[in-house]
Design a protein around this ligand. Structure first.
Ligand SMILES: [Zn+2]
Length: 145
């Protein structure tokens, strides 16, 4: 993934990218473990944008870490560029069964479960689709810093 301040950063798995995407906007690339094809996307304001190809699938194994935390088992968590690759991989996979979900859906689920720590740089940008409660939470977390 590419962070605005730090440049290229290698992460262990796809879920790591999304977890980081909750905190900051970033560009990411993930190589399919089956065919090697690269899935690219951006995270913008805790949402997955510009997905290419259009519908990659995520297999993610989570472990409980208490409220407000999500842990993922990286060896079992991958982004697949297409469903066929996921099916193929699952046919030989013997580890713990995880969640099969699209990237935007998983991002939304993480965003719901984790408290807001996102640092917005573009304060004047379009935020009309966000509820006012979310904006208040953001303002509160800024004030604490
Ligand atoms: Zn693939």
């Amino acid at each position: 993934m590419i962070l605005p301040q730090r440049g290229d950063v290698y992460v262990k798995c796809g879920a790591d990218i999304l977890l980081n995407g909750l905190k900051t906007d970033l560009e990411a690339e993930a190589q399919c473990p089956v065919c090697g094809y690269v899935t690219r996307f951006h995270t913008v304001k805790r949402r997955v944008e510009d997905l290419a190809p259009k519908d990659p699938m995520l297999h993610v194994v989570e472990f409980g870490m208490g409220a407000g935390h999500v842990g993922v088992e990286c060896e079992s968590t991958h982004i697949f560029d297409k469903k066929d690759c996921l099916t193929k991989w699952l046919s030989t996979y013997t580890g713990k069964r995880g969640l099969v979900i699209s990237l935007p859906e998983y991002m939304a689920s993480l965003s719901q479960r984790l408290p807001t720590k996102y640092h917005e740089r573009e304060h004047h940008s379009n935020t009309t689709q966000l509820g006012s409660r979310v904006l208040d939470d953001r303002k509160a977390s800024h004030d604490q810093l």
